[in-house]
Design a protein around this ligand. Structure first.
Ligand SMILES: Cc1cc2nc3c(=O)[nH]c(=O)nc-3n(C[C@H](O)[C@H](O)[C@H](O)COP(=O)(O)OP(=O)(O)OC[C@H]3O[C@@H](n4cnc5c(N)ncnc54)[C@H](O)[C@@H]3O)c2cc1C
Length: 596
């Protein structure tokens, strides 16, 4: 099934969520016109749909080859990566000073969705390059920026993130890789596992961003530093030809993303891998968190991308697969399965989740743009806090939803969903990594509870609650009955969010483990409320647009139906999630480990 870039939907979401207005009002983007944004979006859509998406299945079937330390990726991945770099997509959001285009995150997020819909394995490698750029911009020295940023931004080199060790997965305090000072640089020794695109044959060099400990470092997370270790070092002529002491020992055989190499890397088997300290010693985790925040946002976008592709397959299949007479159909006789109410329910469920997630994602991207580009320092700080609060919600919620949506797509295909030819089974397999890497859903939820909710005593959460509440009140006072009903549904949902927040804050002082037992349901509840907020805005926007002369009524009626379905049928999930938060967590803790 051919992937079609959802340009019309993306443009609608940008307008309805207010992300577009927010961006064009920023001083940094005053020169930018809607036409330019539209043109870039259109070009990206064409590139990913025509040049990358068609090879998704063949690249997955071909997989990655490992031979004595060398890793060969499928030809389609190599070509797509190089074309992506040559067309300038790698530097879309990067600063112009380093060869980027300095375009807003809102646009980059939309492009990122299409990239990951076209090939999630390719996207998994490229997301780490963005993270590497972020880390250097945050903490790199001027020399490191001048040396490493231009080839990363142009896509000539790639970047990796080396956190995980066999004993240090979610718990990075256990990291053991060591770094010994050696003149102007350091010598690293240790083994990292699960390193995405840790070795490959696409780019001229690979910059490994590695978490390691200095000899005198304090124990735990306060003793971790960040280093950059290039695969190739310079020879006497300044060319990058000397192999650093880094070896790929093996690659993993995985459930999905078969075209993405997942490597075991050994640093320093011989003289020690040369590494350069990024920023200050022992501040590595802080920098890595910055890099991870960017990467976590992207993983949320990967979820939306793969969900959109799975949805498109399911919708196309449902229109051509003829099976059975739908209840009440006349004349009786077999019809395409899309005529069965339950198939439509499944398609609409997928579509509503995707549209809500996309709108929330664009809102976060707009907050990131405002945090970087607003002229008012107070507003910059406020937007930064909002974005930081929302990133774990987006990562956790969208990645979990992507698995649910891909699973529904398999279901719509019936038996054909369970065999590989239709491609939909691949989406399901591929999506399954998203709630795991860049921190599992539980780790996102712990971050949301501990760092984003309890630390500031719910201040940012209350800021968001008041935004949602004022949107709900505006809708409630509308003369349009549907809008007013939407306002009531949103009011109920935001009330539940507030109740969950109050419970979280009070339980944390009385019984902290209960707060963490409720962390994932609290994250999901927040995700659904934000989705409801955005779908209410979409409903309002679609209705307003529909009154214009020459309105695209067919398209807008679809938007109204999707938003209304979200508010009526999906948003009420917040009620059961509130029970899970406030009642379920005590039961979770009541059951002792020995009873399992
Ligand atoms: C395909 C793939 C690509 C990857 N790419 C990279 C990469 O490029 N770089 C890199 O450094 N790593 C990478 N990883 C590693 C990935 O980030 C880790 O697998 C992930 O963080 C989880 O760590 P773990 O596997 O050790 O699981 P564990 O930490 O052992 O977790 C097992 C289970 O326990 C739960 N758990 C653990 N701690 C807590 C807690 N405090 N609270 C609640 N629940 C908890 C988890 O949620 C999970 O369900 C990749 C992994 C895969 C599979």
């Amino acid at each position: 099934m051919q992937y079609e870039a959802p340009l019309k939907d993306l443009r609608f979401a940008m307008r309805a969520s207010g992300a577009l207005d927010a961006i064009l009002a920023l001083p940094a983007y005053r020169e930018l016109s809607i036409e330019t944004l539209d043109a870039v979006l259109g070009e990206a859509g064409k590139f990913f749909a025509d040049a990358v998406a068609p090879d998704n299945h063949t690249a997955d079937k071909e997989g990655v080859r490992f031979d004595d330390g060398r890793v060969a990726v499928p030809a389609a991945i190599r070509n797509a990566w190089r074309q992506y770099a040559a067309s300038g997509w790698a530097g879309l959001h990067a600063p112009e000073a380093f060869g980027g285009q300095g375009l807003p995150k809102v646009l980059a997020a939309a492009v990122c969705e299409m990239l990951n819909a076209s090939n999630l394995a390719l996207g998994s490698g490229l997301l780490l390059c963005d993270g590497a750029i972020e880390a250097l911009l945050l903490a790199g020295s001027d020399e490191q920026k001048a040396t490493f940023l231009p080839p990363l931004v142009s896509g000539a080199w790639s970047g990796t993130m080396n956190l995980t060790e066999s004993q240090a997965g979610s718990d990075l305090a256990q990291i053991r890789t060591s770094a010994m000072p050696d003149g102007a640089h350091y010598r690293l020794r240790g083994q990292k596992i699960f390193i995405t695109f840790g070795e490959h044959d696409i780019t001229g060099n690979i910059l490994h961003f590695v978490l390691a400990r200095l000899p005198d470092a304090p124990a735990g997370v306060k003793g971790i530093s960040l280093f950059v270790c290039p695969k190739f070092l310079t020879d006497e002529t300044g060319a990058y030809t000397l192999r650093n002491d880094i070896r790929c020992l093996s690659i993993e055989h995985k459930l999905g993303i078969h075209a993405s190499p997942t490597c075991v890397l050994s640093f320093g088997d011989e003289e020690g891998a040369v590494g350069y300290l990024i920023g200050k010693a022992n501040k590595g985790l802080e920098y890595m968190f910055h890099m991870m925040n960017a990467a976590r946002f992207t993983v949320g976008m990967q979820g939306i991308g793969i969900a959109e592709r799975a949805y498109q397959s399911a919708a196309a299949y449902a229109k051509v697969r003829v099976q059975g007479t739908p209840a009440g159909a006349s004349p009786a006789g077999p019809m395409p399965i899309i005529e069965h109410p339950d198939v439509r329910r499944q398609l609409l469920t997928m579509r509503a989740h995707i549209e809500a997630s996309r709108a929330v994602a664009l809102t976060i991207a707009a907050a990131i743009d405002a945090a970087n580009g607003s002229h008012d320092p107070e507003e910059r700080a406020r937007q930064q806090h909002i974005a930081e609060f929302l990133v774990p919600v987006h990562k956790g919620h969208c990645s979990e939803l992507s698995v649910e949506i891909a699973s529904i797509a398999v279901q719509v295909h019936g038996g054909m969903g369970f065999v590989e030819e239709t491609g939909v089974a691949q989406y399901y397999r591929d999506a399954r990594i998203l709630p795991i890497y860049e921190g599992t859903t539980a780790i996102q939820a712990n971050d949301l509870v501990a760092r984003k909710t309890l630390r500031d005593k719910g201040r940012v959460a209350r800021d968001l609650i008041s935004c949602v509440r004022s949107a709900a009140s505006e809708l409630k006072s509308s003369a349009d009955e549907e809008l007013s009903a939407a306002g009531s549904l949103l009011t109920d949902a935001v009330q539940r969010f507030e109740q969950a927040l109050d419970w979280m804050l009070s339980r944390a002082t009385e019984n902290l483990p209960e707060s963490f037992a409720a962390a994932v349901p609290y994250l999901r509840l927040t995700g659904f409320v934000l989705g409801g907020w955005q779908m209410a805005r979409a409903l309002q926007h679609a209705k307003r647009e529909r009154t214009r002369e020459h309105a695209d009524t067919g398209f807008l009626d679809g938007k109204i139906a999707i938003a209304q379905f979200y508010l009526d049928a999906i948003l009420p999930r917040t009620a059961s999630l509130l029970f899970e938060v406030t009642r379920g967590s005590a039961q979770v803790l009541r059951m002792q480990a020995v009873s399992f």
